[in-house]
Structures are given as C-alpha cells and as structure tokens.
Design a protein around this ligand. Sequence first.
Ligand code: TYD
Length: 333
Amino acid sequence: MRVLVTGGAGFIGSHFAKRLERAGEDVVVLDKLTYSGNPANLDGTGIELVVGDICDSQAVERATEGCEAIVNFAADTHVDRSILGATDFGRTEFVGTQTLLELVRKTGMRYVQVSTDEVYGDLETGGSSRETDPLCPSSPYSVAKAAGDLHIPAYVRTFGVQACITRGSNTYGPNQYPEKLIPLFTTNALDAEPLPLYGDGRQVRDWLYVEDHCAGIEAVLRRGRAGEIYNIGGGHEVENIEVAKGIVELTGADPTLLQHVEDRPGHDRRYSLSCEKAKQELDWEPVVSFADGLAQTVAWYRENRPWWDSIKSGEHYRAYYERQYAERLENAE
Ligand code: TYD
C-alpha cells in the first residue's frame, strides 16, 4: 500500500511513517516544515519527503499520486503557542483537513484524521471521555482540532468516503520538539535549567508512549470502520508534578530546579479517555508502561543532545522561550 503521511516530519508523524515503512508499506511524507517539522526525524529511512502545505490542493494532489490512503498528522500542536496567537491553527486544521478530504472524495482513498483527547475538554470532576461525548474544547488549539474533526462525519455521510478519526492522549517519546512538558523538562533538567510547572502542578494527563499511539493509528488505518471515532489513550493518568519529579530523578537533576510559575490561562485540569472501543473492535492496547516509556525517553534525550541542542540554540526557539517563560520564571515561587 502507498500511504501519504501528512505532517510526517513531525514528532508522531515521523514515528508513524517509519513504522509503516518497517511494515513494508510504501510511504511518502508531505510536510510544510514549520518550526517543529524536522527532516532529520526521517534520517536513515527511504521515505520520500515532499515539502508542502495541506491547504495547497495542488501540492496535495501531486503528493498523493498512486496513494491508497492519507493519514493526517499535519497540525499546529501546542496549546501555549495557540494562547500566544492562534490564527494559523484554524487554517491548518479547518482548511487543511477539508483540502485533503476534497481529494479523498474524488479518488476513493482511505483517510485517517489524527486528533486529540483535548477536543472533549476538561474532566475535572471525574469519568472518562467516550467517542460519543460532545466536543467541548477549551483552548484555541483544541477548538482548531475539533473544527477539523467536524469535516469527517460530514464527508462520510455526504460522499460515502472511507474516513475515521483517532483521538489520542498526551503522547511522549524520542524526537518530540522540546516545547511540550516531557521533552522541555527533560532537556532543561539535563542543562540544569529551571522546570516551570504551571500553577499547582496537580493537573492530570493520560500519558501514551509514541509507539503505542502509532500502533493504535495503524490499527485504525487497516481495520477502522468508516465514519467511526477511536479513542487511543495510554491508560496512565499522572499529575504533572509527578511527571516532573520522575524526570528529576531519571536525569539526576537538582530538585530545586522545579519551580511553580503562573498558570496557563484556561488550563484544563484533567483528561481521561475510555478506550474500550479500540480494544474490542481493533484489538489494540497500549503495552509500554509509563515508567519504562519515561526512562527510554529520558535516555534518548541524554544520548541525542545534538538533535535538541540545535533546536534550543536557534533564534526561533529562544524567542518563544523568552516570551512564554521569562516573566513567569522571574516571578516563580
Ligand atoms: P503539554 O505538554 O503542553 O500538553 P497539553 O497541553 O496538550 O496537555 O502540557 C502537559 C501538561 O503540563 C499541561 O497540564 C500543562 C503542563 N505544563 C507545565 O506545567 N509547564 C510547561 O512548561 C508545559 C509546557 C506544560
């Protein structure tokens, strides 16, 4: 099968592209190479990389030549950046997804939309989100993801396309751009820089190792039923402060690096996914424990300093870091 992986030079997309290649599939990646897309993530593979935007129908049409499926990872993914300014987020998700689906509709390709548990919103008072739950996004990022998702049932119903949605929980592992909690704290800890924990640090995320996430998406690509949504969660609900302490321990960093800083506006307290449907219908289950996954991830960052040093020393990253953290760290407790 020839498969187009959009956003395939990014974190989860590149792991997925490599996984499909290992399974013997013919993979082509379409990636705009914005700040977090990195051709080095595909080093050592035979995967073809086409540089282009999913909102550009001609670029998409050229990249999908001979393809039987599209798996869409292309997205602006960071909540904090969406709070600083979100214009591009809506365009990539809403216009980009529709551009892909217009082609799917004409060609009959299979389609998987890679989405997030954040579209269900905050579950502070308990319970777990099911695929039938209403969308209740809290941040500009998750609104954009939810808006993209809305196209899928409409195209299935109106045009009969073979499309599914996956909703993954917080994903971590090697090659993640160091702006999300785990890679940011790991690389800061290795550099003896502060670890800026938002608010009381008691927010809960459900952590999913990247290979488990990719296995779930692959199961949906191969066996998902058209029009269905599948939750793909790690089943490891952990408070941020516990994640941070784990990183401090694994890196051997000074625990006083951990600092409570001003909270993220609109911060969701807790996400949780019910994944019974993926287990029953697709026989998918995560297999990597959080302790093993975190240890492997920290080891990867320890051994691959050049990969993240070149990102963190760059102008773009430094400007973002200054904007997001300088004042917070000055006023840290
Ligand atoms: P993040 O990795 O940005 O993922 P998401 O917002 O999609 O859940 O954040 C995970 C959690 O960690 C979230 O509750 C916010 C918190 N966090 C911090 O406390 N400090 C930070 O510097 C970052 C990036 C996140």
